[in-house]
Design a protein around this ligand. Structure first.
Ligand code: HEC
Length: 124
C-alpha cells in the first residue's frame, strides 16, 4: 500500500519532468539544434511555405498582392513582412478559404522576426 501511494505521489511529477525534457529537446530541434547558429532562410522557408505561399505564390490568390514563394520575393518585402507578422495581420485568417488559415505560433513569429532582424540571410 505504501508503494502504491508513493507511485501516486511521484507519478505525476515524473511525467511532468519527462514532458519538460521532451519540450526542451523539441525547442532545440526547432531552432536547428544550436542556439548560436544564425537563423537563415532555410529555417524560415517551411513557415512561409505552410502559412503564406498558399495565397502569396507566383500568381497570387485570394487577393494577396505579391508572391512570397522564394528567397528573392521574401527578401524585397522583408520590412513589410516583419510588420504584418508582428501585428498578427498575416497570415490572413479572416478569409473563408478551406481548410482555414491558422495563425502563426509565437515560436514561428519570433523565428521570422529574428531572421529579419539579423539581416534576412539566405541559406548557407
Ligand atoms: C488567406 C490568404 C493569405 C495568407 C495565407 C497570407 N496572406 Fe498576406 N495578404 C493576403 C491579402 C488578401 C493581402 C492584402 C491585404 C490588404 O491589403 O488588406 C495580403 C497582404 C500582405 C502583405 C502586404 C501588406 C501591406 O501592408 O501591403 C504582406 C507583407 C503579407 N501579406 C505577408 C504575408 C505573410 C508573411 C504571410 C504568412 C505568414 C501571409 N501574408 C499569409 C492574403 C494572405
Amino acid at each position: 500500500m505504501r508503494a502504491f501511494r508513493a507511485i501516486l505521489n511521484y507519478g505525476p511529477r515524473l511525467m511532468l519532468l519527462r514532458c519538460t525534457l521532451t519540450g526542451f529537446l523539441l525547442a532545440l530541434t526547432a531552432c536547428g539544434g544550436d542556439p548560436d547558429e544564425p537563423v537563415t532562410y532555410c529555417d524560415v522557408e517551411p513557415i512561409f511555405e505552410q502559412s503564406c505561399v498558399r495565397c502569396h505564390h507566383k500568381d497570387p490568390d485570394f487577393g494577396a498582392p505579391m508572391s512570397l514563394e522564394n528567397y528573392a520575393d521574401v527578401n524585397i518585402h522583408q520590412a513589410m513582412i516583419k510588420s504584418v507578422v508582428s501585428s498578427g495581420f498575416m497570415p490572413y485568417t479572416m478569409s473563408a478559404i478551406q481548410p482555414p488559415v491558422e495563425p502563426l505560433s509565437s515560436t514561428e513569429k519570433n523565428m521570422i522576426i529574428d531572421w529579419i532582424d539579423s539581416g534576412a540571410p539566405d541559406c548557407e
